[in-house]
Design a protein around this ligand. Structure first.
Ligand code: SF4
Length: 253
């Protein structure tokens, strides 16, 4: 989901004393209502500011810098959510990378105290912090970008595969509901690399896996947009992967 949706009622002003308070999570975007970001639940999405990786297909590059001023002060986001308690089931923390923020644990506790279920979208960049918040999370969508040995080619960040592997192991050990999902583009991963990744995940015990096709909409990378193949991945490749998991989803476009 693109985080460029703003809510004028939540915009910060430079004069607000809490705008850069380190106790509060830094919110770079907010979606007040969605039915697609947490399976089966009506949710609001909090987009956390900051991500140290640089994936070529990132749809939210404006969320990558860890800015000092949040776009939406957390106390105002909480006030808004409190007024929506009867309309929403859940709050999803997305990004950017939500585990970049030391205040994530407290922010999750805040929304749980309001009675919401908690969803988390993460690429597993900070596995230790992820493990710390998982007991408070009801469902996580964990990005698995590539076979772990090939991660750096996608994230343009050395050592990223080790972090992602540790995060995947933490999610499986936590017993939380999850979906592992991989964004696919034919020039980033070959069919064989996708099959290899599927076997690796199946051996780890992953039960719920999804492929989501690369979307040109909202992606500023002209090279990837120009080489995106309609109809990729093939049905045959999808079926090979589906056979490895009890639950498999292919999301196109
Ligand atoms: S991990 Fe996610 S937010 Fe960070 S650069 Fe990659 S796609 Fe963008």
């Amino acid at each position: 989901m693109n985080a460029n949706i703003s809510l004028s009622a939540l915009h910060s002003s430079p004069n607000q004393p809490d705008a850069a308070d380190p106790r509060f999570i830094k919110v770079g975007g907010f979606t007040p209502f969605t039915a697609t970001d947490y399976p089966g639940k009506l949710s609001a999405v909090v987009f956390v500011q900051g991500c140290p990786w640089r994936c070529g297909y990132c749809h939210n590059p404006h969320l990558q810098p860890r800015l000092q001023q949040p776009r939406h002060p957390w106390p105002q986001v909480l006030e808004f959510l409190a007024r929506r308690r009867t309309l929403l089931d859940a709050v999803v923390f997305s990004g950017g990378e939500p585990t970049v923020d030391p205040a994530l644990h407290d922010a999750i506790a805040d929304v749980r105290a309001l009675g919401f279920a908690v969803g988390l979208h993460s690429a597993g960049i900070y596995p230790q912090r992820l493990a710390e918040v998982l007991p408070l999370v009801d469902w996580i969508g964990l990005d698995i970008k590539a076979p772990f040995a090939l991660y750096d080619d996608i994230t343009n960040t050395p050592g990223s595969g080790k972090q992602a592997l540790a995060a995947a192991e933490a999610v499986l050990a936590a017993g939380v509901d999850y979906e592992f999902r991989t964004t696919v583009h034919s020039s980033l991963l070959s069919d064989q690399e996708l099959i290899d990744l599927g076997h690796t995940l199946a051996r780890m015990g992953v039960r719920n896996y999804a492929l989501q096709t690369f979307r040109t909409q909202g992606c500023a990378n002209e090279g990837l947009n120009a080489t995106a193949k309609p109809g990729y991945p093939s049905e045959q490749l999808a079926q090979q992967l589906a056979a490895l998991f009890p639950s498999f989803t292919l999301r196109r476009g």
